[in-house]
Design a protein around this ligand. Structure first.
Ligand code: ZN
Ligand code: ZN
Ligand code: ZN
Length: 361
């Protein structure tokens, strides 16, 4: 079954009349079309009954025709600058009760679709597509392994970029170049958190000069040409960091391993979070682990399933997600260790294989 058919079936099972997918990961997942997110409407209209069609601005038609969407047997409906594409969608859809909108659709589009398809209840397409997107196919798992190998190759080069006296930004520029050289098509983020900056989980780059004997948190990721994302964190130091750091780094390493060991089908996502959190709390660092343990990954760096307390969703083969506990001592330093895992019948399979020991340069 094609993803288009699977999406249609899932929409029908959820009681929806149609999915309306504008550019973004939902559209790319269903059609393979990496459309530009523009104010001009591009929208796959996938009714539960009847033929799907793609509304596409006339000037975007060549791009759409060269995309994998052209092989789906979906009618392309080009519209000209003076047309009202929303009215065309409304007219073709007719009276419907409930539509699913791409999760990342812009408000300017969702509100115009609300007016163009009056009376239809709008829900998130994600409520329908999440079940499909969470369970990665063998081809998607292979793509994530490839992304994992690419970001591992970048981490392998990081020690060569670290020298006392350089700034985080200089180091980050080298890393960004290496991310592209390793096969990614885009750099999604480069976090180089040295010393106290390591205590801010989403610190990116600053002009702070890196010095010896301080931990440096390096969390990096990008998107491969096929759309699948990488995301991995390792901690480095130029010369041995202080005893206090080494003590909690060991705790963190055990916590990350415990969470990875807890992965198997049927286990609720929140249990993976608890496995890491319990180890950290037992050693007295519970207050310093200030975020969830992980997030799903695929065509988006952050997607379902979230590895967080309160998420009772049972793990299933094909789930792909990060395991990235952290310990952050404000004003001092911090650490995070992050791998992407695939849930298999046998347990968790890591796609990242660089050492999880502190890398002392
Ligand atoms: Zn994050
Ligand atoms: Zn992550
Ligand atoms: Zn990360």
């Amino acid at each position: 079954m094609t993803r288009l058919e699977a999406a249609r079936e899932a929409a029908a099972a959820a009681g929806l009349d149609a999915l309306l997918l504008t550019p973004g990961p939902d559209l790319r997942y269903v059609t393979g079309y990496e459309a530009l997110p523009l104010e001009r409407l591009t929208c796959l209209v996938l009714p539960v009954v009847g033929e799907a069609f793609l509304m596409v601005p006339r000037l975007e038609l060549p791009a759409a025709e060269h995309s994998p969407a052209s092989r789906l047997g979906v009618e392309f409906v080009p519209w000209d600058e003076t047309d009202d594409p929303y009215a065309v969608v409304g007219g073709r859809l007719g009276a419907v009760g409930k539509v699913g909108l791409a999760d990342r659709m812009w408000a300017m589009q969702s509100l115009r679709l609300r007016d163009a398809v009056p009376g239809a209840e709008q829900v998130l397409a994600g409520t329908v597509l999440r079940g499909l997107r969470m369970r990665k196919s063998p081809a998607e798992v292979a793509a994530l392994r490839e992304a994992g190998a690419a970001i591992d190759a970048v981490h392998a080069q990081v020690p060569g970029f670290l020298r006392a006296g350089r700034t985080e930004r200089e180091i980050g520029r080298d890393i960004a170049e290496a991310i592209i050289a390793a096969g990614h098509s885009t750099v999604d983020f480069v976090i180089v958190g040295s010393g106290p900056n390591g205590a801010s989980p989403h610190h990116e780059l600053s002009d702070r000069i890196v010095s010896e004997r301080e931990p440096i948190v390096v969390d990096i990721g990008g998107q491969m040409p096929d759309g699948y994302c990488s995301d991995s964190t390792r901690v480095y130091a130029i010369g041995e960091p202080p005893e206090g750091f080494l003590k909690y780094y060991e705790v963190l390493r055990h916590a990350q391993q415990a969470a990875c060991d807890a992965v198997r089908p049927g286990v609720p996502c929140e249990a993976i979070d608890a496995a890491a959190r319990d180890v950290i709390a037992a050693e007295g660092y519970g207050d310093y682990f200030i975020h969830r343990t992980g997030h799903g990954i695929g065509l988006e760096t952050h997607e379902e399933p979230y590895i967080v307390a309160g998420n009772a969703e049972p793990m299933a083969p094909g789930f792909a997600f990060s395991v990235e506990p952290g310990i952050y001592l404000p004003g001092a330093h911090g650490a995070r260790i992050e791998d992407i895992l695939i849930c298999t019948e046998e347990g968790g399979e890591r796609v990242n294989h660089r050492t999880r020991e502190l890398v002392v340069v």
